[in-house]
Design a protein around this ligand. Structure first.
Ligand code: PMP
Length: 432
């Protein structure tokens, strides 16, 4: 498979060689580094991308769930371009910011007021900072394998137990506690021991980077009860899960956090993050009340905001129902095919996102996902990587670690193509 990939992606390889001479790893994003080398993309439109070697692939990666309407959706492009032409980066508020803020307040039950940033990383950094300022406590509780971006505090425990955190000051490590996902008893234990120290518990309604693993409602409700009991704040990181219903996972589960973070789908395909929630907590950012600093040259960037408004308006109940149904189909059908093989395969996910794990189920947390990150490990047989290369060979693009997601331009035809390709790719994996 690798040999074939090398043969059919020769131009990507030469671009990779060029890139690696000026960029450590050949790109500016850890996640895109993959064996044997990443595919360079020339262009994209709708749910299809064209590689630098001229192949057309169906994009089930969608920039790690950001491109929920596929690539360059016309109404979004029009809004962005039109706004940009009227001036961008103006150093003073524009009405676009209020427009997008109103969308978030209207959609998400926990959000009374909101602020914008330029990435999910900044969103979780500012939300946890709000919690620290509001509660006047220093500690943060997060989940093992929980991914909330790349600022210091949330890098702790990103790969579960036992790994060191190079580059993260030990003083930061000391004020972050990690707990196993989906385990209400573990949560009770840690809150009993340290509850009065936690400014907040930050948690994803489904574990994203660790393998699209949904939390049980019981788990999220336990988190709600314990944070309330210990005067700690509950922060839902909905950077990925916001797409599961109009009001995100919080509305779907009926568990309402104090603060919520957003990114990816809310910014017209441009860099974006947002955090919002209870007005009294968010007011730590009110210059006359809390006076916590929150600056950023591109916060509330007009083109980003204008594109975001259209993105969200297009992601209505009907659109979400359809992408979720496509997600259900992939989970059911791929699991069914895998069950007829000798491979240990567990397909997880929720709504329009899914992850194909080469692990015996049930997969409920970072530990049981096990192989989630194996695609970058070249020791021994690598099922995820072989599956990825098998899918690529059949015209399907997805995350090397086994993650995929649905965009609104997809129809049953693309879902059929995915399932057929998965059948073949699983045969490839069986053969290694
Ligand atoms: N939180 C979650 C749940 C995410 O999935 C991500 C990005 N994958 C982030 C935060 C960070 O967002 P960004 O990459 O925009 O910094």
């Amino acid at each position: 498979l690798e040999k074939r990939y090398r043969e059919t992606n020769a131009e990507s390889y030469s671009l990779f060689e060029e890139a690696i001479s000026v960029l450590p790893g050949g790109d500016t994003r850890s996640v895109t580094y993959t064996q044997p080398f990443p595919t360079f993309i020339e262009s994209a439109s709708g749910c299809r991308m064209t590689t630098e070697d001229g192949d057309e692939v169906i994009d089930f990666l969608n920039n790690y769930t950001q491109a929920v309407h596929g690539h360059s959706p016309e109404p979004v492009v029009d809004a962005v371009v039109e706004r940009f032409k009227k001036g961008n980066g103006l150093g003073s508020p524009t009405r676009d910011i209020t427009e997008l803020a109103t969308r978030l307040v209207d959609r998400f039950p926990s959000v009374d007021s909101v602020r914008f940033a330029n990435s999910g990383t900044e969103a979780t950094m500012n939300a946890t900072r709000a919690a620290i300022a509001y509660t006047e406590r220093d500690h943060i509780l997060k989940v093992k394998g929980g991914y909330h971006g790349t600022h210091d505090a949330v890098e702790v425990g990103i790969t579960g137990d036992g790994r060191e955190h190079p580059g993260i000051p030990s003083s930061v490590e000391e004020r972050v506690t990690t707990v196993r996902y989906n385990d209400p008893d573990a949560l009770k234990e840690v809150f009993e021991a340290h509850g009065s120290e936690f400014a907040c518990f930050i948690v994803e309604p489904f574990l994203g980077a660790a393998g699209m693993i949904p939390a049980t409602t019981e788990y999220l409700q336990t988190a709600r009860d314990l944070t309330e009991e210990h005067d700690s704040l509950l922060v839902f990181d909905e950077v990925m899960s916001a797409r599961v219903s109009v009001g995100g996972a919080q509305e779907k589960r009926g568990v309402i956090p104090d603060l919520t973070t957003f990114g990816k789908i809310i910014g017209g395909g441009l860099p974006v993050g947002a955090f919002g929630g209870r007005e009294d907590v968010m007011n730590v950012y009110h210059p006359e009340e809390g006076n916590v600093g929150h600056s950023g040259t591109f916060n509330g960037n007009p083109a980003t905001m204008a594109g975001g408004v259209v993105m969200l308006d297009l992601l209505d109940e009907d659109a979400i129902r359809e992408i979720n149904q496509h997600g259900d189909r992939i989970r059911e059908e791929v699991q069914g095919i895998a069950d007829d093989t000798d491979l240990p395969v567990t397909v997880t996910g929720e709504g329009s996102v899914f992850h194909i794990h080469f692990a015996e189920g049930p997969v409920t947390d970072f530990e049981s996902a096990g192989s989630g990150l194996e695609a970058t490990d070249d020791s021994g047989p690598n099922h995820s990587l072989a599956f990825y290369l098998g899918m690529r060979d059949r015209g399907i693009f997805m995350a090397p670690r086994g993650m995929g997601n649905i965009s609104t331009p997809m129809t049953d035809e693309e879902i059929d193509s995915f399932v057929r390709a998965a059948e073949g790719a699983l045969r490839d994996v069986e053969a290694i």
